[in-house]
Design a protein around this ligand. Structure first.
Ligand code: HEM
Length: 357
């Protein structure tokens, strides 16, 4: 969603219903199936590249949330294969001069092909949805149903831009956070045990549903704490008007970088900030944390539109995996943080261990 000011607010208002509670609830069965399909193929004692698995899960979950109809499955597959090329290419593009992007280099050609493949795939999905005329309860159906105050639908280009924007904003962020959750559980067996206890108590012998998400309170605190310690490294904003910030006046058009990663380590609000402590989010402790000190999804007009979807995806994934598996750290492997926009692990091999209950 690259628009700003009034146009951004207008688009945001139109898009918001795609992320309402009932749309997210409708996506949960597909989210659960995705996690189950991946984790039932694991063998006990296998080493799994958790960073890659979580990114792949996040990609598939989002593709299914965007297009759930069987007729759109080929489009979803093409988007799944092109999106990582597009995301990687965009990072390079923010660093390189504009003329560089026009050189006939292999990387630029791959990027252009990925843009073309994604656009064609989205157009194909749109055509099939228009042809069957049904509401599939997913994001694409919602985008097709949008009408502005003059009764106009979104143009094909706007639909393409939104879908690509959701993919770029929602895949690697969720994938990296999921990987960090399992990393933190792996190195804090006491916390992992409490998560297992809660999941067993709330779910018994059945898989998680959307209705279970609020009851999985401790699991929620683990996710909240992971988002604190492993937040986005840098987010950029541009001022539209002159603005006063901490005693400095910024002119209109100034580019401002801020780091949630650094903010979330302020000892005034987060005592012993490097400690992974999910219970700092117990209501009786969390009320001392001021608004604005914790912003994993940013704040204001550009706050993440997918925050509730991401939280649901992560809760369902953790619950579905932890019902059956412990993921153990591989001894001697040092996991380092790599900062792009998100901060992800350089690698995260973990060993699967079936849970005995
Ligand atoms: C743990 C997962 C996620 C994190 C940490 C995260 C974080 C963020 C942050 C910090 C921003 C603000 C960026 C800025 O101001 O430049 C943002 C924006 C956005 N996010 Fe997320 N996000 C996550 C998942 C998702 C998901 C699953 C979607 C699904 C569609 C999504 C869609 C978006 C969109 C469309 C925006 C732009 C909003 C706007 O400009 O109005 N995000 N996200």
């Amino acid at each position: 969603m690259a628009a700003s000011g009034t146009e951004h607010r207008r688009q945001r208002r139109l898009l918001q219903p795609a992320f309402h509670r009932e749309r997210i609830a409708a996506a949960v069965p597909a989210i659960l199936r995705t996690v189950q399909e991946a984790s039932t193929s694991w063998e006990p004692g296998q080493t799994v590249a958790v960073d890659r698995v979580m990114n792949e899960l996040s990609l598939t979950m989002l593709a299914k949330t965007l297009f759930s109809a069987n007729t759109a499955a080929p489009a979803a597959d093409l988007i799944r294969s092109s999106l990582p090329v597009l995301a990687g290419g965009l990072i390079v593009r923010t660093l390189m001069p504009e003329w560089w992007t026009r050189l006939p280099l292999p990387g630029n050609r791959r990027f252009d092909r990925a843009v073309h493949t994604m656009s064609t795939a989205i157009d194909e999905a749109v055509r099939s949805y228009r042809a069957d005329g049904q509401d599939h309860g997913d994001v694409l159906s919602m985008l097709l149903a949008i009408r502005d105050t003059d009764g106009r639908p979104l143009t094909d280009q706007q639909i393409r831009d939104q879908i690509i924007g959701f993919g770029l904003a929602g895949v690697e962020t969720t994938g990296a956070t999921l990987a960090w959750i399992f990393h933190e559980l792996g190195r804090h067996p006491d916390i992992e045990q409490r998560v297992h206890h809660e999941i067993d108590t709330v779910l018994g012998d059945r898989p998680p549903t959307h209705a279970d998400v609020p009851a999985l309170e401790y699991t929620g605190r683990v996710i909240t704490e992971t988002l604190r310690l492993h937040a986005l490294w840098i987010v950029m904003r541009r001022t539209l008007n002159p603005v006063q910030l901490g005693g400095t006046t910024l002119p209109a058009g100034a580019e401002v970088l801020y780091s949630a990663y650094a903010l979330h380590r302020d000892p005034r609000w987060f005592p012993d900030p490097e400690r992974f402590d999910p219970d700092r989010w117990l209501p009786e402790r969390a009320h001392t944390i001021p608004k604005g000190a914790y912003i994993p999804f940013s704040a204001g007009a550009h706050k993440c539109i997918g925050d509730a979807l991401a939280f649901t995806e992560m809760t369902i994934t953790v619950a579905a995996i932890c019902r059956h598996w412990r993921l153990r750290p591989v001894p001697g492997v040092r996991v380092r943080e790599v900062a792009r926009g998100d901060v992800h692990p350089n690698r995260l091999p973990m060993t699967t261990e079936p849970r005995s209950r």
